[in-house]
Every structure is written in structure tokens, then in C-alpha cells.
Ligand binder design. Structure first.
Ligand SMILES: C=CC1=C(C)c2cc3[nH]c(cc4nc(cc5[nH]c(cc1n2)c(C)c5CCC(=O)O)C(CCC(=O)O)=C4C)c(C)c3C=C
Ligand SMILES: [Fe+2]
Ligand SMILES: [Fe+2]
Length: 362
């Protein structure tokens, strides 16, 4: 913390949001049904939503079970989020971090009651999604508002919509990327071209066309990280944004990560894949990137396939989150600002969370 950083109020509850994941073989199916029943994910009329959720969830159930089996039968997401919460709490005296997951335990309902019992002076809602999407942040914050209302939790609350262009966050990610890039350069034959593939979770194209700012924020986030890399290394490194994890038959935004790997094979370049929309390792990094796409890369004889780690509880990442939290809280009640009094690049003018909330309320 530097001298200009604001001090936190005495009892600040920080609620960290993520998607959640199954905690054992028996919870894979209900977790996936919960996910596909969310109207923010599958925009179907209510009378077919729950039937459709079961049909879609069943369609790739076996593949999901195989993926979780590779990770010991469950998702590591909650444990890794607990580590982040512990590290963040240690850097923000006076705060207590709570975790609310969207589709599996701990759910917002039970956490809203816990927050109320702790009797905070202030609450910060901090989604662990750097970029805003209606499918992730929008859904988690709406779920929290309903849970808080049911719990009768009425405390001054600051809400962050997103922090994709926070300079300290961009620097923390750039450092992780440059470490992996240095390994790739040391291991590959001299002169082997290398491309950085910023792989974000994809979205159905229809959601983006309906105004979801996620793709734009992923691109702006990548630019912020690349600016640090260019400045630090004094060179422009080849890079591309791509989208992974297509989960429904609709058209999803492109290029897909698979298409980007095919392009790299065509261009004869090695790749360093960066999970740019995830702050923790989970099935989409440990299985999709490390096993499935690696196999694609090997089949296509890429000169090299490397993967930068998700930040997890990396100290520079946690310090960035602590700075974002302090400045947001200092801004006071209401919606997000992570730039100490100045609005975030989308908030006030056109905050995506405010826009989404207005739609949900209407
Ligand atoms: C229409 C389907 C999906 C959309 C849209 C979507 C958006 C989205 N998801 C994340 C982050 C995570 N997703 C995770 C799991 C997961 N996501 C989907 C589908 C959509 N996601 C499914 C079906 C699953 C379950 C995994 C599987 O069955 O294959 C997870 C947690 C994974 C874990 O470890 O358990 C995260 C985290 C983002 C960032 C995002 C859009 C911006
Ligand atoms: Fe997902
Ligand atoms: Fe905002």
C-alpha cells in the first residue's frame, strides 16, 4: 500500500463472486443444470427453460465428467478462491472476505446471511471476473441482490462492475505472461516465432449483439497487458485474442481458440496461451487448455505450445485486487469506480452493470 491509497472503513465485508464448480462426482449434473437454467446464460422463455437446461446439460455430461475426473473428480475453483480471499483479507486490515458462487456452494443465499451476522459497516461486491458479462458478473450481482433482500441485509454497498483495464492488474498479468514467454524462448530453437494467444471464455454471438460489452472489454484488457509487455521488453510481440469453451450449438464469437491454433500451425509459429478471462485455474484451463488444445497443437505439429498460469493468489495480482478494493470503497456508495473518485471507463457514462440491472428491474 502506498501513502496515497485510501484507508478502509473498520468493518468492511468484501464479497467475492465466481461461477463455482462441482465439489464431487454427484454434483456435476446439478451444477450444470443450475448453470443452464440461468436466464442470463440461456435466454429461453420460462415455460421451456428448465426442460431445455436438462437437455443441454445432458448433451455434454460425459465429456464434463471425464474433464472433472482428470482434476480428481471435482473443481479446484472454491479452494483457489479461498486462497485468494485469505490473501486479500491479509492485505486489507479491517476487512473480511466472503465467497458467493453462482451455480454451486457456497450460494449467495447462505453468504448473505453470514454477512448480515458479521454486521459490517460497509460491503464491497467484487466480482472475480475482470471483464463484465451479463452471463457472469450481471448474473452473480443480480443473484446477490435477491439474496441480500431475502436476508434483510441493508448496509451501504459499493459495487464493482469490472476492472479489466486496471494498470496494476494488467502489470500482474503481463509479468506472468513474460515469465512463460521467457521459458518458451529459452526452450525453443533460436529464432522460432512465438505468438501470444489471449484465450478468453467465448459467448454466443447473439448475447454480444444484444449489447454485452464482454468482447470489447476482453480486447481492451489484452491491449492493456500488451502495452506493459511492449514497454518492458522494448519490442512488439505477435499476439491475438481468441475465444474458447463453446458450450451450446449456437454461433459463438470468433476466432475460436482452436481456429487460432490452426492459424498458428499454418503460420509455423509456436504459441503461449494466456487465460485472460479467468483469475483461477479450473476445468477450462487445466483440461481444455492443458490437455485438449495441447493435443490439437501437437497433432498440427506446432513448433511449441506453452500456457501462462491463471493468477490464482500471485502476490502482484492480490496487491492489484487490494488496490482496486480500497479505491472502490473510498469512492463511496453505489456503483463502481476503481480509479479513486474518477469513474471507471464505462461507469457513470454507461456502466454495464447499471444498464443490466435496469433491464432486470424493468
Ligand atoms: C452458454 C454457456 C456458457 C456461457 C455463456 C459461459 C460463460 C462464461 N463462463 C465463464 C467462466 C467459467 N465457466 C465455468 C464452467 C462452465 N461454463 C459453462 C458454460 C458457459 N459459460 C459450462 C457448461 C461449464 C461447466 C464445465 C463443463 O461442464 O464443461 C467455470 C467453472 C469450471 C469449474 O472448474 O468447475 C468458470 C470459472 C466465463 C468467464 C464466462 C463468460 C464471460
Ligand atoms: Fe463458463
Ligand atoms: Fe461500472
Amino acid at each position: 500500500m502506498n501513502d496515497t491509497e485510501p484507508v478502509l472503513p473498520v468493518r468492511t465485508a468484501i464479497v467475492l463472486f465466481n461461477l463455482g464448480g462441482p465439489d464431487g462426482a454427484d454434483s456435476i449434473k446439478p451444477f450444470r443444470v443450475n448453470l443452464f437454467s440461468d436466464p442470463a446464460i440461456i435466454r429461453a422463455p420460462i415455460f421451456i427453460r428448465f426442460w431445455l437446461a436438462r437437455v443441454i446439460a445432458a448433451s455434454a455430461q460425459k465429456k464434463a465428467e471425464e474433464g472433472y475426473a482428470l482434476m480428481g473428480g471435482k473443481s479446484p475453483l472454491l479452494e483457489l478462491t479461498r486462497n485468494q480471499a485469505e490473501a486479500l483479507e491479509a492485505s486489507l486490515p479491517g476487512s473480511k472476505c466472503f465467497i458467493a458462487m453462482r451455480y454451486w456452494h457456497p450460494f449467495a443465499t447462505e453468504i448473505a446471511r453470514e454477512v448480515k451476522a458479521w454486521a459490517p459497516e460497509r460491503i464491497l461486491l467484487l466480482p472475480l471476473y475482470p471483464q463484465f458479462s451479463t452471463t457472469t458478473t450481471g448474473s452473480s450481482l443480480s443473484d446477490w441482490h435477491d439474496a441480500a433482500a431475502r436476508a434483510g441485509l441493508v448496509v451501504p454497498t459499493t459495487t464493482l462492475c469490472c476492472w479489466y483495464d486496471d494498470p496494476a492488474y494488467a502489470a500482474a498479468i503481463a509479468a506472468l505472461v513474460m515469465r512463460t514467454l521467457a521459458t518458451a524462448r529459452a526452450e525453443l530453437p533460436a529464432g522460432t516465432p512465438i505468438r501470444l494467444l489471449f484465450s478468453a471464455h467465448g459467448l454466443p454471438e447473439s448475447i454480444v449483439k444484444a449489447g454485452d460489452p464482454y468482447q470489447e472489454e476482453v480486447e481492451a484488457c489484452t491491449k492493456a497487458v500488451m502495452d506493459v509487455i511492449t514497454r518492458t521488453l522494448g519490442e512488439v510481440v505477435d499476439h491475438q485474442v481468441c475465444f474458447q469453451s463453446r458450450a451450446t450449438p449456437q454461433q459463438w464469437i470468433e476466432p475460436s481458440t482452436e481456429q487460432a491454433i490452426e492459424q498458428a500451425a499454418h503460420d509455423g509459429t509456436a504459441v503461449v496461451v494466456i487465460p485472460i478471462a479467468f483469475v483461477s485455474e479450473h476445468i477450462e484451463t487445466l483440461v481444455e487448455l492443458d490437455v485438449e488444445y495441447r493435443e490439437v497443437a501437437e497433432k498440427l505439429h506446432l513448433p511449441g505450445y506453452y500456457r501462462a498460469p491463471a493468477p490464482n493468489d500471485d502476490p502482484a495480482f492480490i496487491a492489484a485486487l487490494a488496490g482496486i478494493a480500497r479505491r472502490a470503497i473510498a469512492h463511496g456508495d453505489g456503483l463502481c469506480s476503481h480509479r479513486g473518485g474518477r469513474s471507471c471507463s464505462v461507469h457513470n457514462r454507461d456502466c454495464p452493470w447499471a444498464r443490466y440491472r435496469a433491464l432486470v428491474d424493468a
